[in-house]
Design a binder for this molecule. Structure first.
Ligand SMILES: Nc1ncnc2c1ncn2[C@@H]1O[C@H](COP(=O)(O)OP(=O)(O)OP(=O)(O)O)[C@@H](O)[C@H]1O
Length: 266
């Protein structure tokens, strides 16, 4: 059997200590295969971002371990790219310069860097906007720059934390289709955190539902919808069935949290 790309082995996370300790994640076991697209959903506060940050090496587990290609994660690395909800672009740099900045430390020759940057500008549909500054771009375009910037140094894993959360519904739909196209063309393992169940199903090979506070895997659902997918897939009866199952799980967890909060308040 081939080795999983990412192995999350009994990972737990406690923030702080003593009376102040917050157990964000109790125990997560999860394997992600190379080039797989996995969406992670769950109630607010169940530990989705914490998990992504630990895979990215921005934070450390307090229990268990995370392996990438069989090696323990010991901090951030060039094999992982991040895209967050906030665009985090350099306002004083053009689109081209923002993307090229990600290759700053690369040993590639300047001409190769230029070629890669041009390739990704084209891949995310920003041709013609190379010399534009972020403040002149719409939210969707800024996020396309962020995606190009995170892919230009060819990471094998892309970690996306609510990347389309700030976009209007129409733009969000277009961005989902664009992301699938980029993923299909460039083959990268994606872990995608979202609150939007339609988005999670539309994009993923597998949806992981986290149970809440402290987080653990409540359910994994293999999404057997044909690819390539387009927006019409949301009318498919199988899509509706996946959605019903996932929403039921999330609702159950949300009620659990509300109950816990009520108990704590009394
Ligand atoms: N740096 C931190 N220090 C203390 N507690 C934290 C820290 N980061 C996260 N937490 C807590 O850990 C839990 C999980 O947070 P996390 O942000 O991972 O959840 P989430 O599922 O991504 O939430 P949301 O969907 O609202 O973004 C929450 O109770 C949160 O308050």
């Amino acid at each position: 059997m081939t080795q999983a790309k990412v192995v999350i082995d009994g990972v737990g996370k406690i923030f702080g200590s003593g009376d102040e300790a917050i157990e964000a994640i109790r125990r997560i076991d999860l394997s992600v295969q190379e080039n797989e697209f996995v969406s992670i959903v769950g109630t607010s506060g169940c530990g989705k971002s914490t998990l992504l940050n630990m895979i990215g090496g921005l934070d450390e587990p307090t229990g268990g371990e995370i392996l990438i290609d069989g090696e323990p994660v010991e901090g951030p690395g060039r094999n992982r790219g991040f895209v967050f909800q906030s665009y985090s672009l350099f306002e004083w740099m053009t689109v081209r310069a923002n993307i090229r900045f990600a290759l700053e430390k690369s040993a590639l020759a300047a001409a190769e860097k230029d070629e890669l940057v041009s390739h990704f500008i084209q891949a995310v549909g920003l041709t013609g906007f190379e010399n534009t500054y972020p403040k002149q771009l719409s939210g969707g375009m800024k996020q396309r720059v962020a995606i190009a910037r995170s892919l230009v140094y060819k990471p094998s894993i892309l970690l996306m934390d609510e990347p389309f959360g700030a976009l209007d519904a129409q733009t969000r739909g277009m961005m989902q289709e664009l992301l699938l196209k980029v993923w299909e063309d460039h083959k990268v393992t994606v872990l995608f955190v979202t609150h939007d169940v339609d988005e999670a199903i539309f994009l993923a090979d597998r949806v992981v539902v986290l149970g809440s506070r402290p987080g653990l895997v409540k359910r994994e659902i293999q999404i057997e919808l044909e690819r390539p997918r387009n927006f019409e897939i949301v009318t498919d009866s199988q899509f509706s069935e996946y959605k019903r199952e996932i929403l039921t799980d999330i609702r159950e967890e949300t009620l659990k949290v509300m109950h816990m909060e009520q108990m704590a308040a009394t």
